[in-house]
Design a protein around this ligand. Structure first.
Ligand code: BG6
Length: 462
């Protein structure tokens, strides 16, 4: 029986805006997520008194976290990835003093995790920032946002220094290229230059958070978080192979800066070729030298790249505009399922950076059917996760250092891309539906028992 290394962290990952609800409770301010009711690719809709959106309640984790954490503990979790909602701490983003009620909420959450021996892994910003900073300052387009973020990061590091030793800066930082409002608080029609300038500010802020974390909590480790967007060449035509290399550079760029502390040459060339001129100060260059301790990433699928424009045209509108791989099956949402790709990606990242890796999201979004007796037989989810975890085990055998695995959405939550509840990832079912109906009751799916066995056997049951 092959098991995972001792101390491997097993668990799940959730994000504040997809689970908490309570979107104005205890002094919380509006975030970009609150004004994107249709999800991360959706339009901004200004809130008016009395309106409501699915995320306003989400799965009510804000109030139900003790019960949910007890269920995670029952599965044997040793780790839970959560995010802090920046707007609970600084409601508008630019206040001088934090909101005590927001800080107190996460104290209680971390205490509850500690009571169950579950290690928190905390993302500072998961697909949301204060809406006030977007409206008044232009989001990450404005250099001032770096200072606001640093103040927020220092505040939470100081407050939770004895409770949280594993941190992540920005969720899927490379997603800003596909969803600028969600990533950097810029309008979708922003130019590439504006988006990259905002990204530069965010990369500086990420590095300043790393520095602050090391100063304030010397025994903590802090990582980045990438959308692991591995792509393959559609054919072995050399032009396709090079196009795939360049496409992989679009996400590796973020990891390169965060791990190496400097902009890579291929990116400087791309900026030159595309007449993009960024303002990068000496102070910024110095800040970027604070590099991360480990790399975390999400993995759901792979895609293909081709220089054939007819095929590319057809792919427009697919998730991330990728050309489908003819050798892979897709989920109900068109995400191509590729367990071996996870082993490849782990090896690629390890070869490139030689830093520990943490898989902080992976999972299958699917519609679940509740049987007459209340059971949910989600064998499709078990198969997906089992196949991926077998490949993680292979990568570890390949010599890759993997710190842990937190599957995405261990409890059903609101999906990010389209703000749906019918796209479910959980081991725990939540009785709530796209139209807002449902009791919010929790129940165990078949996969709950499967994951419990995986964790209890440290991967030996796979
Ligand atoms: C990642 C995000 O992109 O994918 C999560 O970090 C998100 O927030 C997850 O929920 C799955 O995407 P979706 O659209 O199915 O929720």
């Amino acid at each position: 029986m092959k098991t995972f290394p001792d101390g491997f962290l097993w668990g799940g990952a959730i994000a504040a805006n997809q689970v908490e609800g309570a979107y104005l409770t205890d002094g919380k301010g509006l975030s970009t997520s609150d004004v994107q009711p249709q999800g991360v690719f959706g339009a901004v809709v200004e809130r008016v008194p009395g309106d409501s959106g699915i995320k306003d309640v989400a799965i009510d984790f804000y109030h139900r976290y003790p019960q949910d954490i007890a269920l995670f503990a029952e599965m044997g979790f040793s780790c839970l990835r959560v995010s802090v909602a920046w707007t609970r701490i600084f409601p508008n983003g630019d206040e001088n003093a934090p909101n005590e009620a927001g800080l107190a909420y996460y104290d209680k959450l971390f205490d509850e995790l500690a009571a169950h021996n579950i290690t928190p892994l905390v993302t500072l910003s998961h697909y949301e920032m204060p809406w006030g900073l977007v409206k008044q300052y232009g989001g990450w387009g404005n250099r001032k946002t770096i200072g606001f973020f640093e103040r927020y990061a220092r505040t939470v590091f100081t407050r939770y220094q004895n409770k949280v030793k594993l941190w992540l800066t920005f969720n899927e930082i490379n997603m800003s290229l596909h969803a600028p409002m969600t990533g950097v608080g810029l309008p979708e029609e922003s130019s590439r230059e504006q988006v990259y300038q905002a990204i530069h500010h965010q990369l500086v802020a990420s590095a300043l958070a790393v520095k602050a974390c090391h100063e304030i909590i010397p025994d903590a480790r802090i990582g980045n978080m990438l959308l692991g967007g591995l792509v393959y060449p559609l054919t072995c035509k050399p032009d396709d192979v090079f196009a795939a290399l360049q496409e992989n550079h679009t996400w590796q760029f973020f990891g390169d800066v965060q791990c190496r502390g400097v902009y890579p040459g291929y990116m400087l060339r791309w900026f030159r070729d595309n007449h993009i001129s960024l303002t990068i100060t000496d102070e910024d260059r110095e800040a970027l030298r604070s590099t991360i301790d480990f790399i975390s990433f999400s993995y759901y699928m792979t895609g293909c790249v081709t220089t054939d424009e007819t095929l590319n045209q057809k792919a427009r509108g697919n998730i991330l505009n990728m050309v489908p791989n003819p050798h892979l099956q897709s989920s109900e949402w068109g995400w191509q399922i590729d367990p071996v790709g996870l082993r490849t990606l782990l090896n690629v990242l390890w070869d490139r950076y030689q830093k520990p890796l943490f898989i902080v999201e992976n999972g299958l979004g699917a519609k679940d059917n509740v049987e007459a007796d209340g059971s949910i037989n989600d064998d499709y989810r078990i198969n997906y996760l089992n196949d991926h975890l077998v490949q993680v085990r292979e990568a570890i055998e390949d010599g890759v250092e993997v710190m842990g695995y937190t599957s995405w959405g261990p409890i059903d939550l609101v999906s990010a891309s389209k703000a749906e509840l019918s796209k479910r990832y959980g081991f725990i079912y939540v009785d709530r539906h796209d139209d807002g109906s449902g009791t919010l009751a929790r129940s165990r799916k078949k996969s709950f028992w499967w994951y419990k066995d995986v964790i209890a056997s440290n991967g030996g049951s796979l």
